[in-house]
Design a protein around this ligand. Sequence first.
Ligand code: 6PG
Length: 276
Amino acid sequence: MVSGRAPEIWIGEDGEALAREGVRRIVDAARRAISARGRFVIALAGGNTPRRLYQLLAQIETIDWTRVHVYFSDERMVSHESPDSNYRMASETLLRLVRVPPSQIHPIPTDLPLEDAALRYDQILREALPADEPRLDLALLGMGSDGHTASIFPGSRLLAGVDDDFLLDDPTTGPLSSGVPTASLDSFATERLCAAVHDAPKPPAERVTMTPYMLNLARQVLVLVAGDDKVAAVSAALESDARVAEIPIRAIAPTGGELVWLLDRKAGRALGSPLR
Ligand code: 6PG
C-alpha cells in the first residue's frame, strides 16, 4: 500500500543555481507533456523561494506558452492585488511576461468565502483537467521551516490517517514512501482535490490548498528549498521517520510520479549527517 519512490535530491550552490535547475526541469517537463498530450499542466508554488525561478522562467522562449495551463498549489485568502497574494507574485514575476492565454491561468478565487473558494477551486480542477487523466504534469512546492508545504501545516486534518495506517517503512523505497497511501484515480470522484485552511500558523490564517491526494497524483513534484532556516526541516523530511502530522511534506510522494528535491547548499547542509 505504500507508494512513491525514494526522491531524487539535487543540491546546488545557492538560490540562483537552484532557480536555474528548477527552470531546466520545468522546461523538460513541459516539452515532454506537450509532446505527449498537447498541453502542460503546472501548479505554481507560493512564498518567496520560487520568485527567482519564475523570473528566469519568464525569459524562456523554448516553451510553447500557449499550451501551458497554470494552477496554484495554494493561496492565501487575500485580494489578488495584495502583496501577500501568491497569484500576484507569480503574475509579476512570470505570468504577465509570457503568452499563456488568460483562460488557461486559474487563480484560486479569493473573492469568495473561504469554504466556497475551496469548493469552487475543486470544481475548477475537475472541469479543466483531462477527464481521463486528471493529473498535474508538474507541481511546484516550497517548504516552511516547520515542514509544511503548500498550506498543509503540522497537525492539519488533511494529514489525518496517513501515518496511522501505514507505519511500516518500505525498505526498497526509502523513508519518504512510508506512511503515504496510494493516490489512485479510482477515488478521484470522491476525493477532495483542495481544501480550506482556517488556522494556518503562517499568516494569513485563511488559505486554500491543494490536498496531499491532488499533489500525489502529479506526474512530477519539484520541492524547492533554500536557506539556513530550513536545514532541520529538510533533515526531518528526508532522513527521519517523523510522522506526517509533524512534518507534512512527508505526505508528498507522488504515486505514479517523480519526487525531486532541489536544495541550495545551506538547506541541504545537514543531509547525510547523523541526526542529533
Ligand atoms: C505559502 C506557500 C508556502 C511556502 C513555504 C515556504 O503560501 O506560504 O505556499 O507553503 O511555499 O512557506 O515559503 P518561502 O519560500 O517563502 O520560504
